[in-house]
Design a protein around this ligand. Structure first.
Ligand code: PCA
Length: 207
């Protein structure tokens, strides 16, 4: 199975993004049964989705698993739904602050992830990593790339499957914050995303 794993560059006030670190670490690891391709996406409304779609077209993966950071989440968060909405509460890295706009003007209101989301949560819980299902990937870049990837696959009637996982912040991003914010160590996140990939691989080879 060919899997395209994506992360995001840092954004907002942060100089690190856990998704970028997890992707870099996994790029150096062997995962049985997986041909892994990786890319880091810009947090910018045009180049972010463009980079993803261009990489997808040249790599032709079976599965696209995208990762992003979600400040404040207490667990690895498996996204089920991408909404057709741009409603940024902060500017992207290109200085765009888009509100109340659809991602695709004539696109459907939402797409569901096509990965085995519940099995992914169960696999994480089994290895004692906090995990949850989520029914909104937000209205910023993470939601946008999830929507645009699923829309591209749908529009071109392709067989690839795609989904999104939000990660908590790293301890070094939250230390000293008042009130304290939740965090998760890089090792735990890497183990979690590895388990997610194993789950997708087993499920994919059985369908
Ligand atoms: N998180 C943001 C965009 C990039 C990232 O890592 C989000 O949740 O939309």
């Amino acid at each position: 199975m060919k899997l395209l794993l994506t992360g995001f560059e840092p954004f907002g006030n942060s100089s690190i993004n856990p998704s970028e670190k997890v992707v870099h670490q996994l790029a150096q690891q062997e995962i049985e049964g997986v041909e892994l391709l990786t890319v880091i996406l810009p947090v910018e409304r045009f180049t972010g989705p463009d980079t993803l779609i261009r990489t997808y077209i040249s790599a032709q993966p079976n599965v696209v698993l995208s990762l992003g950071e979600a400040g404040g989440v207490t667990a690895v968060t498996i996204e089920r739904v991408a909404a057709n909405l741009l409603d940024f509460s902060i500017s992207d890295n290109g200085g765009h602050l888009v509100t109340d706009k659809p991602i695709v003007a004539d696109g459907p209101p939402a797409y569901f992830a096509t990965l085995p989301t519940r099995q992914m949560v169960n696999a994480l819980t089994e290895i004692s990593i906090p995990a949850q299902l989520s029914y909104s990937a937000g209205t910023f870049l993470c939601n946008q790339v999830m929507y645009e990837m699923l829309h591209y696959i749908h529009k071109h009637q392709l067989k690839s499957l795609a989904g999104f996982v939000h990660l908590p912040q790293l301890p070094q991003q939250t230390a000293g914050k008042r009130p304290p914010l939740p965090s998760m160590s890089l090792d735990v996140m890497v183990a979690g995303v590895t388990a997610v990939i194993h789950t997708i691989t087993h499920w994919y080879t059985a369908i």
